[in-house]
Design a protein around this ligand. Sequence first.
Ligand code: NI
Length: 256
Amino acid sequence: MEIFDSHSHLDDARFDDDRDEIVIRAKENGVKYILNPGATLASSVKAVKIAEKYDIVYAAVGIHPHDVKDMDENTIAVLKSLCKRDKVVAYGEIGLDYYYNHSSKELQRKWFKRQIELAKELKLPIIVHDRDAHGEVFDILKEYKVWEDGCVMHCYSGSVELAKEYVKKGIYISLAGPLTFKNAKKTQAVAKEIPLEWLMAETDAPYLTPVPFRGKRNEPSYTKYIVEAIAKAKEIDLEKTAMKLTANTKKFLGLI
Ligand code: NI
């Protein structure tokens, strides 16, 4: 099988003791590629280092909405220089999180826009985090025509209707572990209704562990459970689903 884990925080400290084993186990479970997004400046630097160490890992850099309160134009300059490294293939994760509001809404909007501008300048696709800010996120994505360089809604948890609106604009939808939960009817409907060519699979490890490992630490080798859930929702062959999801992710990242 050929699987792409399109979003995995391999840089997380919870992987510091066994990162080598995690990567080996991923390979043993069909994972051919992993994208490690950044969340803070330190985690972006660490993601790039990890991508440079492991052949199957690629990196994205960026500041998560939780942490934008600490950023300034110096941060942008450092991120920009990191983007020049060979294994940095995307920008993110960036967006708005109005559930936790760890940074003020005003600062979240300001730095979301500023980081989209940087990604556009560098012609990098973006990875978007949206929690309880659907309308504003979509407005900003439209304002910047982000589909020109590529955009994915990571760990999508919204409605089928909104997913269709994104896809109409050329924005990808990435599905994570919650798709495997019994009560995830809404996300299962998204997996069923959205054309396969616009979907990606991710673990968002170490968070959001899929069934049958729910409650434990998540890791890239579990991506197959998300791929299986997509194949099941669409009633199509598992191998074929995995291949197409991987092809989509490679296309999005400009790896083909
Ligand atoms: Ni994430």
